[in-house]
Design a protein around this ligand. Structure first.
Ligand code: NAD
Length: 270
């Protein structure tokens, strides 16, 4: 790709939870399209370094930064550090997330709070810092037609209920309304906020769903496209949503799910 054809040239992106899975794929894709990328991690510096190394090998730019997205002070410091190094932030990918599964009647308050704290409050804390910076800087037409872009990593479970995962499904339902509300509130300032709703993507979070041929076969019953998604599938969607090609796209969830939302149980006529 020539520098001129890179859609995110000269822009700065923070990707949370970028040491693994979807976040790593998104960080690499944004960097390949010209963005300088902050590879945020919470617990695995070695994996974050690997992601950064791979970005640099492809001619990209970035640095790794340890921050727990559920901690206000960590998040503020991550934005301060990014702005002091690169001058601003153009793109936030609110990706960090986890599961702590339990039958609902056995779910502890700790399991509930842990998931909500990272998956929902973490997105709030990062988005608030990003919006403050976008407002401060305003539009710089040479960089982007928007004052800033936020991509929230949601899930098909912002709409599909998920037994045994009430905390996770509630967090993603919350992300949907957080995303739409911020999008509505700041659209007049040309700040764009959208979500990606992945289906089943091959990452450590759902290892059990694809690790054995039997599990994989079961999983494919839920996916009309008959293949699991890869982090690269999400990376491509993130580049598009962050770029000016999506300038008029605001407040949507782009489902990247191989058709998982198409009621696959009806495939053979119900
Ligand atoms: P993953 O476990 O590989 O990655 C999650 C990342 O979040 C890890 O890097 C982890 O270290 C990081 N993280 C966890 N807690 C953190 C914290 N407090 N602060 C900062 N980082 C933290 O899983 P993944 O599948 O890549 O998940 C990424 C996102 O995609 C999550 O929000 C998840 O809910 C969403 N998602 C995944 C799938 C899927 O099928 N893999 C489907 C739908 C949605």
């Amino acid at each position: 790709m020539t520098a001129k054809s890179k859609k995110l040239q000269g822009q700065v992106a923070i990707v949370t939870g970028a040491s693994s899975g979807i976040g790593a794929g998104v960080a690499k894709a944004l960097a390949a399209d010209g963005a300088s990328v902050v590879v945020n991690y919470s617990s695995s510096p070695d994996k974050a370094e690997e992601v950064l190394e791979s970005i640099k090998q492809e001619g990209g730019e970035g640095f790794i930064y340890k921050a727990d997205v559920s901690q206000e002070a960590d998040v503020k410091q991550m934005f301060r550090e990014t702005i002091s190094r690169y001058g601003t932030v153009d793109i936030l990918v609110n990706n960090a997330g986890l599961q702590r599964d339990a039958k609902f009647h056995e779910m502890s308050l700790e399991q509930w709070n842990h998931v909500i704290g990272i998956n929902l409050t973490g997105q709030f804390l990062c988005a608030r810092e990003a919006v403050q910076e976008f407002i401060r800087r305003g539009i710089v037409p040479e960089r982007s037609a928007s004052a800033g872009k936020i991509i929230c990593m949601s899930s098909v479970h912002e709409v599909i209920p998920w037994a045994g995962h009430a905390n996770y499904a509630a967090s993603k339902g919350g992300v949907m309304m957080l995303m739409k509300t911020i999008a509505q509130e700041y659209a007049p300032l040309k700040i764009r906020v959208n979500s990606i709703g992945p289906g089943a993507i091959r990452t450590p979070i759902n290892y059990a769903a694809w690790q054995t041929p039997q599990a994989y076969e079961q999983l494919l019953k839920l996916i009309p496209a008959k293949r699991i998604g890869e982090a690269e599938d999400i990376g491509k969607a993130a580049v598009w949503l962050a770029s000016d090609d999506a300038e008029y796209v605001n407040g949507i969830t782009l489902f990247v799910d191989g058709g998982m939302l198409l009621y696959p149980g009806f495939e053979d006529n119900g």
